[in-house]
Structure formats: structure tokens, C-alpha cells
Design a protein around this ligand. Sequence first.
Ligand code: NOJ
Length: 718
Amino acid sequence: MNTETEKKIDELLSKMTVREKIGQLTQYSTNPREEGRIREMLRKGELGGFLCGTGCFNGDEEAAERNREYVNSLQREAVEGSRLGIPVIFGKDVIHGHNTVYPLPLALSATFNPELVEECYDLTAKEAANDGIMWSFAPMIDVSRDPRWGRCVEGIGEDPYLGEQMAAAVVRGFQGPTVEGLREHGNIAACAKHYICYGAAEGGRDYHKAEVSDYTLRNTYLPPFRGAVKAGVRTVMSSFNEISGQPVTSSRYLLTELLKDELGFDGFVVSDDRAVGQLQRQGVAANGEDAASLALNAGLDMDMDSMVYLDNLEKAVERGRVKEETLNEAVRRVLRVKFELGLFENPWATYVPTDREHDSAVARRAAGESMVLLKNEGGILPLKKGCDFTLMGDFYTEKLEQIGVWSSDFELDRVKSMEDGIKEVSPNTRVWRTDSTHSTVNANPAKGNDIVVVALGEGNLLEGEASSIASLELTEDQALTIRNARKFGKKVIGVLFYGRPMALEPVEHLFDAIIYAWHCGSETGTALADILFGDVNPSGRLPMTLPRVTGQVPIYYNLPSTCRPVDEYYGKEALLENYRDEFGTPMYPFGYGLSYTTFEYSFLRAKKSSLTMDEINSGAKFEIAVKVKNTGKVGGKECAQCYVRDVLASMTRPVKELKGFSKVYIEPGEEKEIVFTLGKDELSFYHADRVFAPESGKFTVYVGRDCYASDSIEIEIL
Ligand code: NOJ
């Protein structure tokens, strides 16, 4: 904390009325229909921030300029028209790009490349700042093990460690590497959301209760938030859900004791949209005053959109239900972030040109690294440039759905469909379209080629908030398209544009090759064509297990062993732990993804195989080295993964947990050494008494291509 800033905050606090203080804790939408009221509130110091709505200027520079003027005119009311001139902060859901759209967050997780993800968010922040956005409601870092939950597409997948790395990458991308640099144009405040266990909503139903023990909360759902806090995230959004009877919005344990006191988060907590008021619907607050008092006393600093703080907190303070020092502490946190953003010196939205070509190139790279090659029998991929193919499915020309959820400022004209991408990368390719849901294939439309490409996907309406689905199998029409594709007697390549893991068992065997292409934003089509025609060697890996059928959900690799021992995924062979009518294994496991080349792992070793507890506590780390050789004919990126099993502990521990990954480019014939380091952070877990520490004893370390990695060695803490 910067003492100069804290002094300035003290000074301001000493001049503020209670109402003005509550104003700082109030966020409202920039709804043009309420413009008069909003301007008046700004002049009275009754608003601290805005939740901005849709922009979508689609490249119209004049409209974007008019928007900047509007944003600045609102800011002027606060800065020049109010008694103390405290600037407001404009926030928006800038989730995976702004004008340039990057892959959906779950797809970005599939890159297993935090540096690339950081670059995407750095560019996103620059575009957003040009529209006056100083604060993004991202990253969403809810661990989720249930693909039925529509919001899993906005998150980081099923793994706490991958989530922790991705959370930190997004925070650095938005905010820059240091809090001191936050004030530079193009850096904006990030918001780690939704704290916490929102992804554990029962049955994948949105907003539903989560039944999570403190042990699981800390070991599974907390790590991404810990990663965001360590990276200096300036804001955190509390989640809508309750956990075992306690709404997060009013949980002092979660918001103050765990997040602020224990993790050391010194930014501010904003509620989710109207969640403070909704404590009444959850049945724990009788009225607005109850709701406001419960939330503020719990440590929830800013009320998003419900106006419950502004309407009730004065009374609550008067009656002693909320102490003024509690109010001051919340205001201090909000003002701190405003100072750090440099808003007191320069609160204005200004335009700094961006390099669109460069941004598109990064988006193309990110999309290329997100896509996962699930299957490639007989090495039919990549295709030869110029080759013809038959096309089935309705996603070939699709642009809008490729944008994915939570994108409101994209430029549709800049979005490349699969068709655009193929025309650019392989201009001589002729595509023969055929009616996909034809029940009989009566003619052979596939002249002069022997490949059928099936391009299928799901629409945005099936993903995101309040958009859960009950069935993960492809629709009957889609399955029919695939079966019909098979009837040509040719090789069938599936290109699957889905934001979430789908249950592919009923159709998987009908494909010779499958590219899981997610919704990859502006450069979806070009990135896909790069992979189809071999300009890019696929390197994406699954951040979430792909189930065989919906009935296997939840399914995740890092479960604890049971009393009937489980090796992985509920016991590869074990029947008792599984369903009588289905395998225990998924369709494709966590971390999985093929390449156009082959990699050989050898010489796995620990440079030192034992360390004392004292050494570990004073920062010593195990160094796990492995050699990886590209044994194929083309260069490619390999994502080596390191998993750990704590063999004997005071609590049951997962059969395997990802604790390191490294993506490296290797030329054909070349061998590289990859070194993972395992220290206190990687070997610790939260015990029953909430202490985060390692236990002495043996750990099995597995290194390989995915969570099935079987090459292992032992290390020991003495
Ligand atoms: C509700 C969503 O849960 C949250 O993710 C979003 O940031 C807010 N609405 C604001 O749009």
C-alpha cells in the first residue's frame, strides 16, 4: 500500500458526508433513459461507478467518438459538478476481447499458454480504454466440472492450478505487471469473479446453491482467486450463489476473513448484479436495510445496480447497524483503486490508435493454439492445399456465433468465417456443399475429392449466463448430418464449434478426424484453415474433460481415491465404482490434444529426490527434468504436463493434480529438456484446520502429454 495515497484518502474521507461515502459504494448502469437522474446523482456525489452497456460501433469511428464524449460528459458531472470532484469509474464486461475478439475464455485456457493469454488481454485493455472503460468484469475464474452449466464457457475449466495460472495471466494483461503501472493509458482494472463456488451450482443450474465443504472450497475453488490476488487484481466480484445455506453476498467469512484478511486482497469487492437487494429473495434479509447492513458488514464494498446501499445505508449507520468505520473501510478501498488508476489526475476517455493488423495476428495465433485436435486417424490431417472437399453442416459461413458470449463491441465485418479462412489459406480449394440432414444420400456431390468436412456447432444462446443445458449430446439433426456424411464412403473430418465440452460418444466413431474448434472469435476461420491445411500444427489441450455421455457428469480427473482404489477417472478398469452401463473413463481426458508430429519423453528424473521440510519451508524446490524429442517430420509445440500425487496425507488427496506445464516449440529431430519446479506452493494443500502447508512423506510425480501421464518418479519431503 502506498502511504501517500492512503493519506490522500484520509483527507478525502474527513471531508465526505455519510451520503457521499455511500455514493462511492454505489454502481449503476449508464442507462440513457435515466440520464437526467444519473447526472443529478453524479453532481450530488451519489454514484461511485458505472456498469456500461452495449457499445457495438462496428468500426464506426464517429459513433465511437460520440460515445467517448458521452462518457466524458458523465465524468465531468462528477469531477467538475460535484462538491468533492471524485471521479467515477466506468466498468464493463470486457470478457474475451473488445473490438478484436479473442477465443472464449475456456478456449483460451486450452492454449495452456499464459503468456499468449496475457498478450490477448493486454491488447483487449487497450481497445477498451479507448472507449473509456477503466475496469473490466473479468477474468471469470470459476472452476467448473459440469459442462451443463452455461457459464463454464466463460471460465478456466476444471483445474485449480491451470485456473490459477490463467487468472494471473489475465490480471497482468489487463492491469500491466505492477499496480504502479495501472495509471498508464491502456491498463485497466481487472475483476476476479465470481467469488466463490459459483461453478459448483448444483446440477449445472445457474444461480443454484453449491454444497461445498471448506476443504473443497479452499483446495479446488480458491486457487484461481489466490492467483489473481497474488497478481495484484484490484477488484473481486462476489458470486450470486449460496454455499451450504450462506449467500456469498453476505458472508463475512468469505469476503473479509478469507479474501481480505487471509489472502491479503486490498482492492474492493463489488457485488454481482443486484445481488445485494436479492438477499431478500434468498430469504436472509427482511428488507433493504437488512440486506445493505448484512452485505456491507460482511465486507462487500460496492453495490452493483441494486441501489440498496444508497437507499438504506444512511439509516443503518444512524441506527448503529453499520459502524462508520466499516463504511470508511469500504470507501477507502474504492478510492484506493481510483487513485491507482490515476483517475484523480486524468479521468478522461482518450483515444490512442491501436495496430489492428497486429491485434488480428495475435487473435489468429490464440485461436490456433486454442483449437484441439481430438482425433486424426491415418494422419488424414493436414489436408493438401488446393484439395477439394464436400461440406456438410451449418457452421461453414457462420460469423456471429463464432464471437461467443459476452461480446458487445466486436466488429462483425472483421470476423472471419470458416469459409473466409479457407479462401484465404487455400484459395484453390473447391467446396462442394450438400444438404446435411438429407435422410438418403442419393447423388454423389463430392466430385473429384475423397473428404467430407462436417462443420457443426452450438449457438451463443446455449452458452453463458442463465443458459444451462440438460443434454450434452449433439442434437438429432447434427447426429443425422454426421451419419449421412459417413454414407459417402469417404473420410469424415469433424470441425466442432462448441463453447463447452460435449458428450460425443454416440457420434465420435463416425469421424476419422476431429478438431474441437470452440468459438474462437474474430479469427476463427483463418486459424481453423491454418490447422486444416497444416500451416499451424495444433497444440491446444482440453482444459475440461469431455464426457462420453451426459450421465457421467460431473467428471474430472483430479478426484481423490476411494476405498476401492481408483487410479484415474473413477478407475479405468474398476467396475464397482462405475456405472453398469457406461465406462468410468471419459471420451477425452483433461490435458489431451494431438499434434501433427509425435513427441517422445525420456530421462525423467529429479535433480534431487529428497528435501527436508526446513529446506522446503525456506524456499527450496524439487527440480523435475524430462527430455522431449520431436520424433515426427514437422515442427510443433508440445505441452508437457507435470502431475503430483501426495501418496500419504492426513486427508484424502487427488489421485493426480496438475502442478506444472510448459509449452515449447520443438523442431523435427530436436530434443529439449524441460524442467518443472515443485516447491512449497505446489506441494501444499489446505488441511482440515485451514492451514496451507505441505506434509512430509512421498509424492509421486508424473510427466507426460495429458492427465493419463504414466511415467513417474518419487520425491520425498523428509
Ligand atoms: C451478472 C453476471 O453474473 C456477471 O458476470 C456480470 O459481470 C454482471 N452481470 C454485469 O454485467
